[in-house]
Design a protein around this ligand. Structure first.
Ligand code: PLP
Length: 337
């Protein structure tokens, strides 16, 4: 493999040729159309550009060994998009319409779905297009829905390399009622602290722990793992309710793990790190082991032996086997497309 092969390109940096697009106007959604991926016209007064009325989703289609293509937990992701839309007072698209657009894009881009361990990352995007710069406290009554697709290989360069994570004790990732919403502004808000931590401490991600309570990182949920035992933050509005998190917890509970969803502190995490494991979960990261926690002032704390722990590897392998069609999908999580 050379540095120019797609496998080495950063996650999400290449798109397929085709996207689906639909718009909402005069109180109704129009039919979607398929178009070549490229610039779209948007009014400079569009609501999303000024007032951040935008949300999106991210999930994957997997090519199985027999060539068939399956989307992982599509219904759940579409439901989360609709919930994000409701929170931002954007008109909700029908679940059936989003699913149809996803299917249409995958159908047209079938040849671009990579073989395992790659996947086709799907990115529905919904944004307010109403042209009115005085509409700060008025919802957008015009909306655009786009579905993009991107062949992906490895989110964290280096793959199975243990991650370095900065433990942010003060800053919040986003407003406390919006963590549960997958909206662009949350990522913009986390970018500054993330870049500072990267520059100062050469970390991969920031773990937000405002007030000393562990929440999540900029793009993934956070789990403490030991043999037969998982601890992760209980669901509330401050962080994104990851579909990967939900999937791993269900699988783990069925395998006999004690799954504890509750608030826990930095101190508890540090005590756990002495001989336990920690990992990030998400569509992009799948389950990525944390090797080092970096605290304010650059103090480093190894998690376990500092590598990707065996429990993390086992759980990740079990989930990936289902996604790639190598283990039975007893939960009905995959939709053939
Ligand atoms: C902030 C944040 N938390 C958690 C996740 C994990 O969510 P999921 O497992 O649904 O991909 C993501 C996205 O992938 C995210 O952006």
């Amino acid at each position: 493999m050379t540095s120019t092969t797609p496998q080495n390109l950063p996650f999400g940096s290449i798109l397929t040729d085709v996207m689906a697009i639909a718009s909402y106007k005069d109180g109704r959604w129009g039919e979607h159309s398929l178009r070549a991926v490229g610039p779209i016209e948007i009014h400079p007064a569009a609501h999303a550009l000024h007032y951040g009325s935008e949300c999106f989703e991210g999930f994957k289609a997997y090519r199985w060994a027999d060539g068939s293509v399956h989307v992982f937990r599509m219904d759940r992701h579409i439901e989360r998009l609709r919930q994000s839309a409701r929170s931002l007072v954007l008109p909700e698209p029908d679940a059936a319409q989003v699913a149809e657009m996803v299917r249409a894009v995958v159908e047209r881009c079938r040849d671009a779905v990579p073989e395992a361990p790659g996947a086709l990352y799907l990115r529905p995007l919904l944004f307010g297009t109403m042209p009115n710069i005085g509409a700060a406290s008025t919802p957008s009554n015009e909306v655009c829905l786009v579905v993009l697709a991107s062949p992906v290989w490895d989110y964290f360069a280096g793959g199975a390399k243990p991650l370095r994570i900065y433990v942010e004790e003060e800053a919040t990732r986003c407003a406390s009622h919006l963590g549960v919403v997958k909206t662009g502004g949350n990522y913009a808000a986390a970018l500054g602290p993330t870049l500072v931590a990267r520059r100062l401490h050469q970390v991969d991600q920031v773990l937000f722990c405002p007030g000393g309570e562990v929440q999540e990182t900029g793009a993934a949920n956070f789990l403490l793992i030991r043999p037969g035992h998982i601890v992760t933050r209980s669901l509330d509005s401050t962080f994104l309710h990851g579909v990967t998190r939900d999937s791993l917890l269900r699988m783990a509970a069925d395998q006999g793990y004690r799954v504890e969803e509750r608030v826990f502190t930095i101190d508890e995490m540090l005590a756990w790190a002495r001989d336990g494991e920690a990992a990030l979960s998400g569509t992009a990261a799948v389950l990525a082991g944390v090797g080092t926690l970096v605290r304010k002032g650059g103090v480093e704390v190894k998690v376990g032996a500092g590598g990707v722990g065996p429990e993390t590897q086992k759980l990740r392998a079990a989930l990936v086997a289902i996604q790639q069609g190598r283990a039975a999908d007893r939960y009905g999580w995959l939709t053939p497309v």
